[in-house]
Design a protein around this ligand. Structure first.
Ligand code: HEC
Length: 397
């Protein structure tokens, strides 16, 4: 019953997390789009301090949007801030991190073949990394490096690469991936909480006081712009990482960290195309290059044909394979798993007998032969020889 209820809890939080994320990123895409499509307003609007004008039609109504240079003479009674989308995405994401990785089955986070650490140590490393990287980012964005956008971008990429590589050495592939995603998400929400919102508050205060913004307000605004540029480039990678959790071919790969880095780079680069296009610069070569890099990546990480993925079918008896399933898989992959914490067959895959195994041929090969992603965390100590035997038997099907 406990496992069942915790499944529901995970599902509800995940559902909420996705909705909050859609609202956050959707609003952020919308405002980037808006900013880049503002046109010069007619003279009478300029006189009121409006610097950008835009008309749109949606849901059967026509909208007129105006962006002020600073603000209206008098602040409206109601001003929408768009901050809870970001905060609730992060809070629900952290809750999910706890439910699935810190309080759920240790196999999601820990892989004893990489680092034989306790779950407690894993949690400390995970949370410590989030706090440390956020602190480093905050120190950097307040340093002179912030004056050089390109150099900052490179340093940020290098830091994330190091985090990615480092976490991959101590966590399971999946655990490492989700933590890189959480690091990026934390930087993004800190950008909102520690930079963008305080800067907006300073601007609103200046308008209230009827003052021209002083140097401090202008500096905060410039930094805020850099922070939102970073967030903008991080949106596609962070969403990719969230969904990559369902693809063991990526995080289960021995060089999973390099794959993550490559995809992070490609997706941020693709975002660049849209940013340029919003500024009326159309450079499709960027998308073509991103697509070409993706094709190269797919080719490079394709599983190398070992004896087991080739067509060899040395005789491996049904009994041997049934024994392998019994020892290494069935505790979880059964209608009623005996492994504590599991309520039903994970990923809907039951492996109680050989015909069920044959039904899932491709997936099983990928999870337990081509990669070592299964058994989860290799809790049962499955050997290379057993993987080889499983692969050979699957070839015969
Ligand atoms: C400790 C529990 C556990 C054991 C033991 C285990 N698995 Fe899994 N398996 C899981 C979980 C949990 C998932 C779902 C992972 C996810 O959501 O990515 C899964 C998913 C899978 C998948 C689907 C992967 C995909 O593409 O989504 C396959 C195939 C699989 N396991 C095969 C095996 C085989 C073969 C064995 C035995 C050699 C095994 N598992 C042992 C827990 C286990």
């Amino acid at each position: 019953m406990e496992a069942y209820l915790s499944e529901w809890l995970g599902l509800m939080v995940r559902w909420f997390h996705v909705i909050a994320g859609v609202a956050w990123i959707g609003a952020s895409f919308y405002f980037v789009w808006l900013d880049n499509h503002l046109r010069e307003p007619p003279a009478w609007k300029k006189q009121q301090g409006i610097k950008g004008d835009l008309w749109a039609i949606h849901g059967g109504g026509i909208y007129e949007v105006a962006k002020y240079q600073l603000g209206p003479k008098e602040m409206p009674r109601e001003l929408h801030w768009f901050k809870w989308e970001a905060y609730s995405t992060w809070l629900s994401g952290m809750t999910l991190l706890f439910i699935v990785y810190y309080l759920g089955s240790p196999g999601y986070l820990i892989d004893p073949t990489k680092a034989d650490i306790s779950l407690g140590t894993g949690v400390a490393i995970g949370l410590g990394t989030l706090a440390l990287v956020m602190a480093i980012y905050e120190a950097l964005i307040r340093s002179p490096l912030a004056h050089n956008g390109k150099a900052f971008g490179l340093v940020l990429f290098a830091i994330l690469l190091l985090v990615d590589w480092g976490l991959f050495q101590v966590f399971s592939g999946r655990g490492a991936y989700i933590h890189v995603g959480a690091v990026i998400g934390t930087i993004m929400v800190a950008n909102v909480f520690l930079g963008i919102i305080p800067s907006q508050r300073a601007l609103v205060n200046a308008v209230h006081a009827g003052k021209e913004p002083d140097e401090r307000v202008a500096r905060l605004a410039a930094l805020s712009k850099l922070r939102s540029t970073h967030n903008n480039y991080l949106t596609l990678p962070v969403i990719f990482i969230m969904i990559s959790n369902h693809y063991p071919m990526l995080y289960g790969h021995p060089q999973g960290w390099a794959i993550l880095a490559a995809i992070g780079f490609i997706t941020a680069f693709a975002r660049h195309y849209f940013n340029l296009r919003h500024r009326d610069i159309n450079r499709p070569s960027i998308l073509v290059a991103a697509a070409a890099m993706t094709v190269v990546l797919i080719w490079v990480i394709a599983p190398t044909p070992t004896t087991s993925t080739s067509t060899a079918t040395a005789a491996v008896s049904d009994e041997t394979v049934a024994q392998i399933l019994e020892t290494h898989c069935v505790a979880c992959h059964a209608e009623s798993p005996t492994q504590p914490g599991f309520q039903s067959a994970p990923a809907g895959i039951r492996l109680e007998n050989l015909s069920l195994l044959a039904d899932h041929n491709g997936k099983v090969r990928q999870a337990a032969v081509d990669t070592h992603y299964m058994p989860l965390g290799n809790m049962t100590g499955m050997t290379e020889e057993e993987r080889e035997q499983l692969g050979l038997w699957l070839n015969g099907q």
